[in-house]
Design a protein around this ligand. Structure first.
Ligand code: PLP
Length: 481
């Protein structure tokens, strides 16, 4: 056989050139990342018209430098989720070692179905999973990385369904009344998942929450009893650790009692909040988590790892493969299932989302994680205190974790957030808390400081004052916004 390896060299040269150019683009992007948001990019129709020549996919190819220049332009027109003026979502910021590792992971382009294809990457993933499992006392458990918390919750529903109806995987769901109970302020993915796995969206019941946004277990017990009398059996109880809008933690231990009493699968949707398992100070918020059957955990939220990084952890080893395994003799040829994670994953081809988390964990250590999480909580408490002290602003509650919910006198929260976005000032969202619309400021970006929060709250107050005064802010050309 002739050695054809020299054919690879032109590709390697082009790749190295591309990476150098990418590094320059990254440096330019980082230099402007924290500046004010570009108000021109806030209008989708205007942006589409402006970018049309760059976006078009034509018959002929283009030179590589031009393509990367196009990418640079697209990045400039993309909201920077690392900006300290992006407090809109439950993720944000940029961890240097995790970002660099993510770039390098693309070079390996591994697929984690088999040890044969992924080698050391399989060991990395298993190391990270063991660490996550240990943090929630699931030492005898197992886990799998999935593309996001919604799919982690979907997989939990599948496991619960198959535990309730052992024949469901093979033959589908029998037509029996089963219900899923999740916080009225829980994430919509539970309902979406129920609609996908054959139990139906209508099976999901909203559990009433108390004034702090936690499932009221007295009420839920009554609901479970009355449903049982009507022949409805609970399939799964979902405890949310960190609700999407206010960041509240359901009482997991009490919900575990209910799950045991009524024979339901207990799932913890810890997409946001399972990370507090890494903080000795806040771990108590998860009391009872070791009694859960499954836990969703998104390191791409509170741990600041780039999207996507999300795991579903299961207390009992073997359940994942029992619900997901398929024989594929073209693929699984080692006979060593323990080192072929494809036996317990939803996907076939699957990228390694654990590598960037592993790198950041090496960088921070367990101590670094607890400091990080406690710092984000402290920032939320600081923002809350400033809101309390600001005339015309009203804090809804002491933040249960990293979400700060408040209102501004005389301002509709939706209009306020829209105006802040349109002016290119700030990206912040709004949501419902106890049926009341509020502004939600999220303190997950590790780069966020008290000074940033002061700036953000001043900007909110000023914009609120403009709205209430009915004033319109002049645009950069003297035009009205
Ligand atoms: C409580 C909760 N669960 C699940 C999810 C879904 O996670 P993902 O966006 O990774 O699908 C979210 C997203 O914000 C969430 O807040």
């Amino acid at each position: 056989l002739r050695d054809h390896s020299h054919h690879a060299e032109p590709i390697q040269d082009e790749l190295l050139t591309a990476l150098e150019q990418a590094l320059h683009i990254a440096a330019a992007q980082l230099a402007v990342d924290h500046e004010s948001l570009d108000r021109e990019t806030r209008n989708p129709l205007r942006l589409a018209a402006e970018l049309a020549p760059r976006l078009a996919l034509g018959t002929d190819g283009r030179g590589m430098p031009g393509v990367l220049q196009d990418v640079a332009q697209l990045l400039r027109s993309t909201p920077s989720t690392a900006s300290r003026r992006f407090v809109n979502q439950l993720f944000g910021g940029r961890e240097p070692v995790a970002v660099a590792t993510e770039w390098l992971a693309v070079l390996a382009n591994s697929s984690l179905y088999t040890f044969k294809a992924a080698g050391a990457q399989v060991l990395v993933e298993e190391t990270v999973l063991r660490k996550l499992l240990g943090a929630i006392s699931f030492e005898a458990g197992e886990g799998t990385f999935v593309p996001g918390g919604s799919l982690a919750n979907l997989l939990a529903l599948v496991l619960a369904r198959n535990a309730a109806w052992p024949s469901a995987r093979e033959h589908g769901c029998p037509d029996t009344g089963r219900a899923v109970y999740s916080s009225a302020e829980g994430h919509y993915s539970l309902r979406k998942g129920a609609g996908m796995i054959g139990i139906g969206r209508a099976a999901v019941q909203d559990a009433v929450v108390d004034e702090l946004g936690r499932i009221c277990t007295t009420h839920l017990r009554r609901q479970l009893r009355s449903d049982r009398e009507r022949g409805i059996v609970p399939l799964l109880i979902n405890a949310t650790a960190g609700t999407t809008v206010r960041g509240a933690f359901d009482p997991i231990d009490e919900l575990a009692d209910l799950a045991a009493e009524f024979g339901a699968w207990l799932h913890v949707d810890g997409a946001l909040g399972a990370s507090v398992a890494l903080s000795p100070k806040y771990r108590h918020l998860l009391r009872g988590i070791e009694r859960a059957d499954s836990v969703s955990w998104n390191p791409h939220k509170l741990m600041g790892v780039p999207l996507q990084c999300s795991a579903l952890l299961v207390r009992q080893r073997g359940l994942l493969a029992a619900s997901l395994e398929e024989s594929a003799d073209y693929l699984f040829q080692s006979g060593a299932a323990d080192f072929d994670p494809g036996h317990k994953s939803i996907q076939c081809g699957r990228r390694n989302d654990a590598l960037k988390l592993w790198a950041l964990w090496r960088r921070l250590g367990d101590v670094g994680w607890s400091e990080r999480i406690e710092r984000q909580f402290a920032l939320a408490a600081y923002a809350a205190e400033q809101i309390r002290r600001t005339p015309g602003m009203h804090l809804v509650e002491a933040p249960p974790s990293v979400c700060v919910c408040f209102v501004v006198d005389g301002c509709d929260p939706a209009a306020l957030c829209r105006r802040l976005e349109q002016d290119g000032t700030l990206l912040v969202g709004h949501g419902l808390v106890g049926g009341r619309r509020v502004v939600r400021l999220v303190c997950v970006n590790p780069a966020l400081s008290e000074t940033d929060l002061d700036w953000i709250l001043r900007a909110v107050a000023e914009t609120g004052a403009k709205i209430t005064a009915g004033l319109r802010r002049p645009g950069p050309n003297g035009n009205d916004a």
